[in-house]
Design a protein around this ligand. Structure first.
Ligand code: CA2
Length: 145
């Protein structure tokens, strides 16, 4: 039977969501986003596993775990590692699990250093600039894979 498990991986500083810079990232916390995803996942017949780490290697390990678990998809907001991490690019290419890139803001309309996305070089789709709701949109895209 096909897996209904979707990993939702969040990178550095996203544990601080809802506490600062609401004009850029919105006022929802990561727990709020996890609750929204749980509700929508139930409606879609999916299960979400929402995690956050400030450490690049944890994100790489969790991508490998998604493969070992036979996950249906990964929603990945790699935070600033989006723009720096060839290790994440290699991991996404290695796992054979579709990865959807998610961003709260739209990095392409911000500073030039945010315009490169290593994650985007391997992701099957992206959702950016929709705030917390973007995670739900990404989950709906994952459901349709
Ligand atoms: O827009 C996004 O989702 C980003 O992935 C957020 C990253 C940023 O480096 C990317 O370019 C775009 C930064 C996350 C920082 O999160 C904070 C949360 C609360 C307060 C301050 C930062």
């Amino acid at each position: 039977m096909a897996s209904n498990l979707v990993y939702v991986l969040n990178g550095p500083n996203l544990n601080l969501l809802g506490t600062r810079e609401p004009e850029i990232y919105g006022s929802e916390t990561l727990d709020d986003i996890a609750a929204m995803l749980d509700d929508r996942a139930r409606e879609l017949g999916l299960e979400v596993d929402v995690r956050q780490s400030n450490h690049e290697g944890h994100l790489v390990d969790w991508l490998h775990e998604a493969r070992a678990d036979g996950a249906k998809a990964v929603l990945l907001n790699a935070g600033a590692y989006t723009h720096t991490s060839i290790a994440l690019l290699d991991a996404i290419r290695a796992i054979g699990v579709p990865v959807i890139e998610v961003h709260l803001s739209d990095p392409s309309s911000r500073e030039a250093f945010r315009h490169v996305s290593y994650v985007g070089m391997a992701a099957v789709d992206e959702v950016k600039g929709l705030g917390a709701h973007g995670y739900v949109v990404a989950l709906e895209k994952a459901a349709a894979l």
